[in-house]
Design a protein around this ligand. Structure first.
Ligand code: FAD
Length: 444
């Protein structure tokens, strides 16, 4: 009997599946039409909202589908089952001087989950999304058909499955083209900036010269401090300065749900201000292991429990570059609301187009904010942020969403009806029923 929890990372909303089926063998997967309820693949539950949930449906747990199939060490081509995590891939390939071409901010996600959201990382301005490097995968449909999909084989299903929210079938395995690296270290520079204008100057200059860029923003600072933060840029390092190879990955675990008071406005404001001031020099250079650079949050296991029993919501949007004013407006609305956010992350997306029909990344500015769930007030604030994004012609990321309206989703992803033609008739999710519902029936 599995003790796995089938909840999303934000733990809001809660959803109870009618059943869970563990997929153990790619050669003998369970029949996907065995249940009267709709089915949905479940990877590592690292999505924040309900795109990995299936209230009263069946979840297909892929965590045992975790085998490597082949690795061409000369060409850097890795084939593995869809439940393999990015952490397991890095363990295997980094000692052999290869790296994932793109990685999100946690390595505890599965390959299938990463494809289904077409994840992006700190190098989007250079590399685009991970799926650009997914050469092929095998998709199992509920009628038992198995299809190898690539940019040239079953190309429509390939494009629908990338960023396809787990709705087009079950990915059994995938083949990824890796990138060579000189070693496990990253040369990093952290630079303090005082506001958004300075952020854009730094981002434009850094995106030309550096492979990885991202900025942390003190989203509780208001007035003339609005938009201040720390800009972080990095490159794979050739040489390791003495003493720099240590991994610095403390295995801390948040043992229980923290009480609400821990997240009240003043402690959070103090945390953000202290984080900003901790770097008193304008610029600091260091060489570090790739783990703390790419995955700082993974150092604390179950950190989502910091937000307490009620859970939390993340809001990640992208707006066109000429709508910087929208980012300002979102930060102002958040600061005014005093809605504590531990994390505010800002980055420029580049022009590389995503292969998926429903891929979220597009050229522009992306801002990510976390909010503890405080009932209707939180939902009202997030709807206000969505309205700013709608007005700016941007989009909100489904992997991070638990409550965007139907109207918002359909404006943000105008291809949704084309996409719906490729949905497997036995697949659905809490997210999809929320943002499309009955409208999908005719299209599917
Ligand atoms: C700390 C943190 C940082 C993050 N940083 C980033 C970031 O920088 N960039 C970014 O893009 N995302 C980021 N994310 C989001 C995360 O990368 C995505 O939500 C990812 O999809 C989660 O993968 P998972 O294996 O946990 O899948 P789940 O959350 O379990 O599922 C996600 C989707 O994938 C589908 N799916 C899972 N397995 C399969 C399969 N075998 N076949 C078909 N569909 C499948 C599910 O049905 C669901 O729709 C972050 C998440 C966290 C918690």
């Amino acid at each position: 009997m599995s003790t796995r929890r089938y909840e999303s990372w934000g733990r809001y909303p809660r959803a109870r599946p009618a059943a869970v089926a563990r997929v153990v063998w790619r050669s003998e997967p369970p029949p996907l039409d065995a249940w009267p309820q709709p089915v949905l693949p479940f990877g590592q539950g690292r999505s924040y909202g309900d795109s990995c949930l299936n209230e009263q449906g069946v979840l297909l747990d892929t965590s045992l589908l975790d085998r490597f199939i082949s690795f061409d060490e000369t060409a850097g081509i890795l084939r593995c089952e869809a439940g393999v995590t990015l952490a397991a891939i890095l363990e295997l390939v980094v000692p052999r001087a290869w790296f994932l071409p793109v990685t999100p901010g946690t390595k505890f996600v599965s390959v299938g989950g990463a494809i289904a959201h077409d994840v992006h990382g700190k190098n989007h301005h250079r590399a685009g999304t991970l799926s650009r490097y997914v050469q092929q995968f095998e998709l199992l449909r509920s009628d038992g058909t198995r299809l190898v999909c690539s940019p040239t084989l079953n190309a429509d299903l390939y494009r629908a499955t990338i960023g396809g929210l787990g709705l087009t079938g079950l990915i059994l395995w995938a083949e990824i083209r890796l990138r060579p690296i000189p070693g496990p270290l990253i040369a990093v520079e952290r630079i303090r900036f005082g506001g958004l204008d300075e952020f854009f100057e730094l981002a434009d200059a850094s995106d030309r010269e550096w492979e990885y860029t991202v900025a942390w923003v003190d989203c509780l600072a208001a007035g003339n401090k609005l938009g201040r933060g720390i800009f972080i840029r990095g490159d794979h390092a050739v040489h390791a300065p003495a003493g720099s190879t240590a991994r610095h990955m403390p295995r801390l675990r948040v043992p229980f749900d923290l009480p609400r008071a821990a997240l009240s406005r003043w402690p959070m404001r103090a945390f953000n201000a202290a984080y900003y001031r901790a770097q008193w020099r304008r610029s600091v250079r260091k060489t570090v292991h790739y783990d703390p650079f790419f995955f700082p949050l993974d150092a604390v296991l179950d950190w989502n429990r910091i937000y307490g029993r009620d859970g939390f919501l993340q809001h990640q949007c992208v707006v066109p570059r000429d709508r910087e004013d929208a980012i300002n407006e979102i930060l102002r609305a958040t600061a005014r609301f005093g809605h504590a956010s531990f994390l505010a992350v800002l980055k420029l997306f580049g022009d590389a187009s995503s292969p998926g029909m429903l891929s979220f990344p597009r050229p522009g500015i992306t801002l990510t904010l976390d909010f503890p769930f405080r009932g209707p007030r939180t939902l009202e604030l997030l709807e206000r942020l969505d309205a700013i994004v709608r007005q700016a012609g941007g989009a909100v990321y489904p992997a991070k969403d638990a409550r965007m309206s139907r109207e918002s989703f359909q404006q943000f992803f105008p291809n949704w009806q084309d996409f719906a033609r490729y949905i497997d008739p036995r697949f659905s999710s809490s997210f999809w029923r929320r943002v499309v519902g009955g409208e999908a029936q005719g299209a599917a």
